[in-house]
Design a protein around this ligand. Structure first.
Ligand SMILES: Nc1ncnc2c1ncn2[C@@H]1O[C@H](COP(=O)(O)OP(=O)(O)OP(=O)(O)O)[C@@H](O)[C@H]1O
Ligand SMILES: O=P(O)(O)O[C@H]1[C@H](O)[C@H](O)[C@H](OP(=O)(O)O)[C@@H](OP(=O)(O)O)[C@@H]1O
Ligand SMILES: [Mg+2]
Ligand SMILES: [Mg+2]
Length: 316
């Protein structure tokens, strides 16, 4: 039996630790064990691996102590690598630095700044800090200078140029070497006429968690369903073949998803607009078998790293 410890926020336990996952894991010889937050981590286990979605220095210190006491326990993922995704400015640096065109396709980040200098309206104003709170998902459309002035009061905010993308977004879920592209509804395109029609004194519009809305009718948004499926296939190919290893490697993370949009006017231009640590994996088809395969990959990799070829359970 492989023993996988998990320490997740209650909302993740509720959504991710489904009986379907526990049962499938058990049938495949994997025990998913909840870590008791009230007890010292080093006194729990033994574990082969730990997965976690947790904030706070105390938890990070406990993980550090565990790695000292039990170096054979694989911590997925290292807190310092996860920290990079808690800031919307730093989270996308890794994509900007990748700059790998795939043939005539590009894979980049919309122009974004803390200060809006040199950005083109409309903009999306996003909270800089990502901490799992509803507040960190509260965003604003900014249509004009007036909107910008009014928003200045809300700090700290990052401005990102809005990219028209036919109302469809691709959530690319990554679980180690497993990649799944899920299509979701998104914001509709905005053209000059809309911008001009926004009352000068309004200037901005609040929205939140838009990509979790019920799927819109494909016909209505983003073209016909085969066209949208084509986008999704293209996005998945793009990610699987050319991008994933560098992106995953560059971030040093195994459990994340990212939001990929495709420019309405130029189908070869893809943009990454958001990266999320330990997202809503339950939205990913067959997440149970993907995670069980992933846990096996982790333990096999550990086996390979142990020169004696045996997976040593960390026993006290
Ligand atoms: N630069 C952009 N261009 C076009 N649409 C955008 C842009 N940034 C955000 N959006 C739209 O706003 C939505 C929310 O933005 P974003 O994904 O950054 O927020 P979030 O709160 O981190 O979302 P999630 O629930 O995915 O974590 C996106 O799903 C997309 O529909
Ligand atoms: O549609 P997805 O799976 O991307 O939605 C995720 C979202 O990306 C974030 O990861 C949310 O986590 P927080 O940023 O910590 O709020 C997830 O919320 P959760 O309650 O499911 O953890 C969304 O599912
Ligand atoms: Mg997003
Ligand atoms: Mg996000």
């Amino acid at each position: 039996m492989y023993r996988i410890g998990y320490s997740l926020f209650p909302k993740e336990v509720q959504s991710f630790i489904q009986n379907s996952l526990l049962d499938h894991a058990k049938q495949c010889g994997i025990d998913l064990i909840e870590i008791d937050p009230t007890k010292p981590l080093t006194q729990q286990g033994p574990f082969d691996c730990i997965i976690h979605k947790h904030n706070g220095s105390d938890w990070n210190n406990q993980l550090q102590q565990l790695s000292l006491d039990h170096p054979n326990v694989v911590v997925i993922d290292p807190p310092q690598a996860i920290e990079h995704l808690h800031n919307r400015v730093s989270m996308l640096d890794v994509v900007s630095n990748l700059k790998i065109p795939q043939g005539n396709q590009t894979f980049e980040v919309p122009k974004q700044r803390i200060e809006e200098l040199g950005l083109k309206f409309p903009l999306i104003a996003k909270p800089v800090s990502v901490d799992g709170s509803a507040k960190s998902h509260e965003m604003f459309f900014v249509f004009n200078e007036n909107g910008l002035k009014k928003l200045k009061l809300k700090k700290p905010i990052m401005m990102q140029e809005f990219v028209n993308h036919s109302g469809v977004i691709f959530k690319v879920y990554v679980v180690g070497d497993h990649v799944k592209c899920v299509k979701r509804s998104s914001l509709s395109d905005i053209y000059k006429e809309t911008l001009n029609s926004v009352a000068e004194d309004e200037g901005f519009l609040l929205f939140s968690k838009i990509s979790n809305l019920v799927e819109k009718n494909d016909e209505a948004e983003g073209g016909s369903s085969n066209e949208v499926e084509g986008y999704c296939y293209g996005a998945e190919k793009l990610v699987e073949e050319a991008k994933m290893p560098p992106l995953e490697f560059a971030m040093g993370l195994k459990l994340f998803n990212f939001d990929l949009i495709r420019n309405s006017r130029d189908g070869n231009k893809y943009f990454v607009i958001d990266i999320n640590y330990f997202p809503g994996y339950v939205n990913m088809l067959e997440y149970e078998s993907i995670f069980v395969d992933f846990f096996y990959d982790v333990v096999q990799e550990k086996r390979k790293k142990n020169s004696d070829g045996e997976v040593e359970l960390d026993v006290k």
